[in-house]
Write a protein that binds this ligand. Structure first.
Ligand SMILES: [Zn+2]
Length: 61
């Protein structure tokens, strides 16, 4: 079931709203990463697809 090599519990995010880089952490159930922009506190959620995420850095718009 757990075939993903993704073992990190965080994801790098570039928040385009404030042009700032930050890390967001994986949810307890492991289905997504959730966090907030450190400047404007805008919430973001990135779902983890089948096989895990392949991208290392996401951009939040
Ligand atoms: Zn922001």
């Amino acid at each position: 079931m757990d075939e993903t090599p993704e073992k990190r519990n965080y994801l790098g995010i570039l928040f385009e709203c404030c042009n700032v880089y930050a890390r967001i952490h994986r949810t307890k159930d492991g289905t997504a990463y959730e966090g907030r922009c450190p400047r404007c506190l805008r919430p973001i959620r990135v779902a983890i697809g089948e096989g895990g995420t392949s991208q290392r850095i996401f951009k939040a718009r």
